[in-house]
Design a protein around this ligand. Structure first.
Ligand SMILES: [Zn+2]
Length: 401
């Protein structure tokens, strides 16, 4: 399996190299189909003939992945594709259900050139298998099978709408005053990680003790990732099950995290401070949080909305007054006109919800048919009212952990 993943990595790197050389020479982008012809050449060339020991389909998928990475780059959704390194995201995919067999009763899967392999079940497969991906994470191997089946049109159980403000001190604050404390799995494991990283740096590189220390470091990284995934899934499941409409700020997580480094010509300002914030942002996985909310609400028949983020924490939800001075401290909001008082994050969340509802009530020309329907469904919803409530006590709700 490691060898198959290595072949896929080699194909990716060869193709990326060719694509770059071709671009430097003034050539046009090489399409996936054209790249497949090069793959045939590589599998026959004496220097890389070992590629032909692994299934060709998995290598075509590597090319497909690279093609998608390029399309994402062209569309401005992602950075330029990079070369793959050994041991990072090792995986390969069988794109066709004809190539593998799943025997769920006996807990085994048949993979080409690998034969029958036993697995420990994560969940029962429903529907018809479409493709299978084998991946490695910290010396453990996983197989994911994508399946297809009919789903009955979901009817949302929940009826209310909620706004969410994302932050560092509180991971998410809801417009009804509840909040979710951050997990900060990275911080929690940081000391342990630093200890083993030091341990690794003292060893002779590539020695057997160095490898042992490296395995330990990788395992800690896996623990961090697992803890974060668990936290995000529990949180997004609870929120999407309890609310029919969820609105969040439209933050560009990619841009926010990129700004610390700046460009080569103009190095970023406050690099140190921003780097700290960036780590927190990435640590908490805001991007993944939105992605999960979006698809889970879609599954439940709910709606996910993103609204413009400017001044959400400075606008008074009661009288609409926008002023920096409204925000007395990082956490306290007090309107200088009407003396409305609340936690600043709750105010942000209320404003996010208000903006979402305002967007729904005015017919938009861009996405006409959908918004009208959403507005109908949300009209009957119980909206937490901001006006008149001068609450400063915050209800603590533990969603996960
Ligand atoms: Zn006010």
């Amino acid at each position: 399996m490691r060898r198959f993943a290595g072949c896929g990595r080699k194909v990716w790197n060869l193709a990326l190299n060719l694509q770059q050389a071709n671009y430097a020479a003034g050539g046009k982008y090489i399409s996936y189909a054209a790249m497949c012809k090069h793959l045939t050449g590589w599998r026959a060339a004496p220097a890389t003939v070992w590629l032909s020991d692994a299934p060709v389909h998995t290598q075509q998928q590597a090319l497909k992945d690279l093609d998608r990475a390029y399309q994402n780059f062209f569309a401005g959704r992602a950075d330029f594709p990079t070369f793959k390194k050994k041991g990072r995201g090792d995986s390969f995919r069988y794109p066709d259900a004809k190539q593998f067999k799943v025997d769920q009763g006996n807990g085994r899967i048949f993979l080409p050139k690998l034969g029958w392999i036993r697995y420990r079940n994560g969940r029962t497969l429903l529907g018809t298998p479409r493709n299978a991906t084998v991946s490695a994470a910290a010396s453990e191997w996983f197989v994911s099978v994508q399946t297809q089946y009919e789903v009955i049109e979901p009817v949302p159980v929940a009826t209310d709408a909620i706004g969410i403000d994302l932050g560092i001190v509180r991971f998410a604050t809801l417009s009804d005053g509840a909040f979710i404390a951050p997990l900060n799995s990275f911080k929690k494991h940081q000391q342990r990680l630093a200890k083993y990283q030091r341990c690794m740096s003292r060893k002779v590189k590539f020695s057997s003790n160095w490898r042992k220390a490296k395995a330990k470091v990788t395992a800690i990284h896996r623990d961090i990732a697992n803890a974060r995934n668990d936290f995000l899934h529990k949180t997004t499941t609870t929120i999407s099950n309890n609310h029919a409409l969820v609105a969040v700020e439209d933050l560009e997580v990619v841009n926010m995290t990129r700004s610390a480094q700046g460009t080569v010509a103009t190095s970023g300002k406050n690099v140190r401070a921003k780097a700290g914030l960036n780590r927190s942002i990435l640590d908490q996985g805001w991007g993944e949080f939105r992605r999960q909310l979006a698809y889970k609400l879609n599954w439940n028949g709910g709606f996910f909305m993103q609204v413009p983020a400017h001044h959400t924490s400075q606008t008074c939800p009661c009288c609409g007054h926008v002023d920096k001075a409204n925000r007395k401290t990082q956490s306290a909001f007090l309107c200088t006109i009407c003396w409305y008082e609340n936690n600043a994050d709750v105010v942000g969340a209320i404003n996010v919800l208000d903006r979402a509802l305002a967007q729904l009530s005015q017919p938009s020309t861009e996405e006409g048919p959908d918004t009208a329907q959403i507005a109908c469904e949300v009209n009957g919803a119980v909206r937490p009212s901001a006006a008149g409530t001068h609450r400063s006590d915050v209800q603590e709700v533990l969603y996960a952990q």
